[in-house]
Design a binder for this molecule. Structure first.
Ligand code: AMP
Length: 193
């Protein structure tokens, strides 16, 4: 029973690790980016609203993002644990997540910070752009997303550090190596699959 959060810059490998960890711990991986992308693809009302924001590498407004996560966390499969990937990204989202969890007498167990060098993540994102053709993976938008992350999201790590929730993991290397590092860091906190 674990409530985990993955935090790190775009391209650090959060999505890949989130999938692996979710299946290892048998908890759902909840990615706001994936939820938004699915809505854009299906051209839902939400998708139409967020497409231009995402394409520009900006953040979707907090009230929209918070409502989506609150609904998702209320689904039965998240009752025993979950892994959040790409949320929270702003101070308001941190407050909202705290509120949603506290309403059920719950709290986060650990925040995994995936650390990766900027040049390395830009290179990774450019490669992903070729492979997956994501509209927000052009070099200009990538650089903007890095700047938005540094300005708005990186400071949240301090908030969680003050609660002694953060484990730092080097995101460079093979996927399996990074997974092993994360599992080791979680085990050191008594979190095992
Ligand atoms: P990601 O796949 O996590 O890199 O997210 C892709 C894009 O979705 C971001 O650049 C934002 O436009 C939007 N997005 C995802 N998660 C959030 C969030 N927690 N708050 C605001 N916007 C988000």
């Amino acid at each position: 029973m674990s409530r985990l959060l993955l935090i790190g810059p775009p391209g650090a490998g959060k999505g890949t690790q989130a999938e692996i960890l979710a299946s290892t711990f048998a908890i759902p991986a909840i990615s706001t980016g994936d939820i938004f992308r699915a809505n854009v693809k299906k051209q839902t009302e939400l998708g139409l609203k967020v497409k231009a924001i995402m394409d520009a590498g900006e953040y979707v407004p907090d009230e929209i993002t918070n409502a989506i996560v609150a609904n998702r966390l209320a689904e039965p499969d998240a009752a025993l644990g979950f892994l959040l990937d790409g949320y929270p990204r702003t101070p308001d989202q941190v407050r909202e997540l705290d509120k949603v969890l506290a309403a059920d007498g719950k709290a986060l167990d650990v925040v995994v910070q995936i650390v990766a060098d900027t040049d390395e993540v830009v290179a990774r994102l450019l490669k992903r752009a070729q492979e997956q053709g994501r509209a927000d993976d052009t070099e200009e938008v990538i650089r903007h997303r890095m700047a938005v992350y540094a300005e708005q999201t990186a400071p949240l790590i301090d908030v969680y550090q003050a609660r002694d929730l953060v484990v730092m993991v080097d995101g460079l290397g093979q996927v399996t190596e990074v997974t092993a590092r994360i599992l080791e860091a979680l085990a050191a906190r008594g979190i095992t699959a």
